[in-house]
Design a protein around this ligand. Sequence first.
Ligand SMILES: O=C(O)CCC(=O)C(=O)O
Ligand SMILES: [Mn+2]
Length: 241
Amino acid sequence: MTPLDPSALDLSESAAQEPAGDVALGPGAVLLGGFALASDRALLAALADVLRTSPFRRMLTPGGSAMSVAMTNCGEAGWVTDRRGYRYDAIDPASRRPWPAMPPAFAGLATRAAERAGFPAFIPDACLINRYAPGARLSLHQDKDEQDFGAPIVSVSLGLPAAFLWGGLLRSDRTRRVCLVHGDVVAWGGPARMAFHGVDTLQGGRHPLTGAIRYNLTFRRALWPLQGAAMAPSSIINKIG
Ligand SMILES: O=C(O)CCC(=O)C(=O)O
Ligand SMILES: [Mn+2]
């Protein structure tokens, strides 16, 4: 079975018959099929700009092995890993400069996708950009290095298809395989915010826009709300207090 095979979509029978559109993965989680298609070229052009300042690199896990997925970031905070652990940092450790600003095309798409998924007023302050070459994979994990679990995650797929593993709140929960193709967006939050997920080993192939690569843009609210979206002074005091 190739990742493009529709039967790889382990979704409910009725949902699997829909070629695109919105498919609920469970409470608080939805696949927005093709949501980013109309913006694909704008997103890839903006990605090329980001890479001029902060190119892809294979970061080290705390255990000292290089991740198979190459990563970079844009936005106020970037997700990094090294022997000191997983965390967000405002400075790119490779360039020793702030991460590139979030391109408007990125932020706009993320906000619109979140709204469609039922999470209005999402303003991401961090975008982790993943580059998968064939053979790369991301093991099952939770996104839990953020300070604000109230905000959703918005995850955009570009290029080669991949098998996304969607689990539950426990690592031992059953995972389903969801085929993500170019332009698909998955958004999860609320009761699904801490769901385990991962990406199975990328298979070979060629995409007209990205060649033998899959890109993923993961938008998050990493920092306290007061560092990003405008908030009333009273809210800021409440947050600090
Ligand atoms: O590549 C994907 O689809 C998921 C990426 C992801 O889960 C992450 O970067 O935390
Ligand atoms: Mn993740």
